[in-house]
Design a protein around this ligand. Structure first.
Ligand code: ADP
Length: 498
């Protein structure tokens, strides 16, 4: 192993002490006094002890967020000032980039270089991008007809108002970035928030919350309750005084959230699972398409809801692409995220490692062939080999279900009709990829695939300006872009008879 990357001193201090949660500007223990352990997935060692919030803490946080929404400095603040504060959060993320990237590597396992080059600047950019909208949440003027009052005169307009107290439940695959995706639009629109980070990876969200207070967000506007999904998360999803829940996670839990939200019919946005088709046509530039298809699945160790986990290759080039992607997989150096030579770190937890290897065992017994990989890597740490599977069919779980690990199935197709049928043959609809030099084929395929994002001659390109979300069982609503603002505002029609 090359010399380990030196962990930022502030990050080391941060993990070295018990981490309380944030309610109303105070860093507090849970009402029960309980804490839970957070593990370093590269070693299996305990990294930190974090306050274990439950329904009582959620209730306290929601009351605080409600008070901050109804009165106080946040409710009175001008859009311009709010926008400046949101922008400043982006600046602080960049200033603390080494520290935040180190926390991501320690807590989630991803290579430091990737966290530093991708997660941190993307999180900062999200706040910078959103900040500009604070002053542009305009309504419209409208000219009503009202046919049953033909002689009346009207002046009508709409107001865009913050939706209220928002619960945000986020996953462990991009802990900092998912917090940014959620907090950026909520703060920009003037909502108040209770954030519940994933129990596997709460650290960067806690540090981000400190930076958000430093940026000038008033006390009570952001509350962070750490704890487990079945307790803290479920209490937040069910709480009667929460106006909206924004959730990112598995489709299974998304359905639980829908049920929990029914009590007060709170608004929901759900960014859920995927089993995304990635298509390589014969006329693609194979020098780009082959490594591109490998990165589409192996980026972030396959722990991406948008991962290109079903690779379809036009039959003339099937053998070449299968071999090329497998060679690429073989060349991936798996190891600690603190080793600068590492391409791929561990999966996030023992549970996730067991889940992924369970899929691999099932796939092999169903008749799938592991061209490369196919197993866990001996511990310590929760590593799994980058895996390429051939000879799969649509009814096998490895091809039908979201694995959320470094596992891709590769299949040939004969023509576009067959490809579209197979590509869309899933309950999910989050993302898709198309590799071709034929511009008509690219657009035709992009249109025909039922997915919220289609990447052409690229994959896993995310930007604050690009709306992201799912068709079908991949979710409701959109993150990012201007579209996300619709999900954090209510539109009020004001109708005046003159
Ligand atoms: P994964 O299965 O990949 O861990 P989950 O969908 O279980 O993803 O978790 C995503 C987020 O949802 C986490 O913050 C988790 O704590 C939370 N969560 C899990 N179960 C529930 C639930 N029943 N209600 C609310 N939140 C939950």
């Amino acid at each position: 192993m090359a010399t380990e990357i030196q962990i930022d001193e502030r990050a080391r201090e941060f993990v070295g002490s018990e981490r309380p949660m944030l309610i109303g500007g105070d860093w507090v223990n849970s009402a029960s006094g309980k804490t839970f352990e957070v593990f370093n997935p590269a070693t299996g060692e305990v990294l930190a002890n974090v306050a274990e919030g439950d329904s009582e803490d959620i209730d306290r946080a929601v009351k605080t967020a409600r008070a901050a929404f109804e009165g106080g400095p946040w409710a009175k603040m001008s859009p311009s000032e709010r926008g400046r504060i949101v922008h400043r959060i982006g600046d602080l993320i960049l200033e603390h980039g080494d520290e935040l990237a180190a926390l991501e590597t320690l807590d989630n396992g991803k290579p430091f270089a990737i966290a530093r080059a991708a997660d941190v600047p993307l999180a900062a950019d999200l706040f910078h991008y959103m900040a500009g909208f604070a002053t542009k949440l305009d309504g419209r003027t409208i000219a009503p007809t009202v046919p049953y009052m033909p002689d009346a005169e009207w002046h009508a307009y709409t107001l865009r108002e913050p939706i209220g107290v928002v619960g945000q439940i986020i996953p462990w695959n991009f802990p900092l970035l998912m917090a940014a995706w959620k907090l950026g639009p909520a703060l920009t629109t003037g909502c108040t928030i209770v954030l519940k980070p994933a129990e596997q990876t709460p650290l960067s969200a806690l540090r981000l919350a400190e930076l958000i207070l430093e940026a000038g967000v008033p006390e009570g506007v952001l509350n962070v309750v750490t704890g487990f999904g079945e307790t803290a998360g479920a209490a937040l999803a069910a709480h009667d005084d929460v106006n909206k829940v924004a959730f990112t996670g598995s489709t299974e839990v998304g359905k639980e959230i829908v049920k929990a939200a029914a009590g007060n019919l709170k608004k929901l946005t759900l960014e859920l699972g995927g089993k995304s088709p990635n298509v390589v046509y014969s006329d693609a530039d194979m020098e780009d398409a082959i490594p591109g298809a490998a990165n589409a699945i192996f980026f972030n160790h396959g722990q991406c809801c948008a991962a290109g986990s079903r690779l379809f290759v036009e039959h003339e080039h099937y053998d070449e692409v299968l071999e090329g992607v497998s060679k690429h997989a073989d060349s991936i150096k798996v190891g600690s995220g603190l080793d600068p030579d590492t391409d791929m770190g561990p999966l996030v937890s023992q549970e996730q490692q067991d889940r992924v290897t369970g899929f691999l065992d099932q796939g092999k017994s169903d008749g799938a062939k592991a061209v490369t990989g196919g197993s866990a890597v001996d511990g310590p740490g929760y590593f799994v080999q980058p895996t390429v599977l051939s000879d799969t069919s649509a009814d096998m779980s490895v091809e039908a279900e979201e694995i959320f690990g470094p596992v891709v199935t590769v299949k040939p197709f004969k023509d576009t009709d067959e490809l579209i049928g197979a590509g869309n043959g899933t309950a999910y609809g989050l993302a898709a990829g198309v590799w071709t030099k034929d511009i008509s084929k690219a657009h035709r395929t992009a249109k025909a695939l039922r997915a919220g994002t289609v990447w052409v001659n690229c994959y896993n390109v995310f930007d604050a300006s690009l709306p992201f979300g799912g068709y079908k069982e991949s979710g409701w609503g959109r993150e990012m872009g201007s579209e996300v603002l619709e999900c954090y505002t209510e539109t009020k029609s004001v109708c005046v008879q003159i």
